[in-house]
Ligand binder design. Structure first.
Ligand SMILES: [Zn+2]
Length: 155
């Protein structure tokens, strides 16, 4: 036991202590970095894209406790900001990186499904980023009609 104490008091022991403390600090540093990274992601997810229903312009807004929809738009300074759905598709059915923010018809008080003003494809609430492109307005109407024609379980 006294041998160990002597060792720790000696130069080799001090070196060992320094190494152990360094490793400890490095681990703390890594943990801190990953924690920081996570909180960064979390704060990004609170930044949502909204659309001003009057001007049709998109803007970013950080959600806060107590926010109710619609939120105040920086363009009209009125409560005309609605959460945007993001469309990641192009007209020819390719994925794109910069999504188009789309205002859903339901927020405009319009009936019927919403189609992206950019690519003309179907946009739904909580728009999923699916594997294949959503139907265009023409396809959607065609399919709707097809569904009605060969619907078997109704009646
Ligand atoms: Zn689109």
């Amino acid at each position: 036991m006294s041998k160990l104490r002597n060792f720790l008091r000696g130069p080799a022991g001090k070196l060992l202590a320094v190494v152990v403390i360094s490793i400890g600090l490095f681990v703390l540093y890594l943990n801190g970095r990953s924690l920081l990274g996570e909180s960064q992601v979390a704060s990004n997810s609170r930044d949502r894209i909204f659309i001003d229903a009057e001007s049709g312009k998109a803007f970013e807004h950080r959600l806060q406790i107590g926010d109710t929809y619609p939120i105040e738009s920086p363009y009209t300074h009125k409560k005309t900001g609605y959460p945007a759905e993001l469309c990641y598709w192009t007209k020819d059915g390719q994925r794109k990186h910069d999504p188009t923010p789309v205002l859903l018809n339901q927020y405009k008080g319009k009936k019927g499904p919403t189609f992206c003003p950019d690519c003309g494809r179907l946009v739904v609430p909580m728009n999923p980023i699916g594997q294949s492109a959503p139907p265009t307005e023409a396809d959607y109407k065609k399919n709707k009609k097809g569904d009605a024609d060969d619907r078997e379980d109704s009646e």
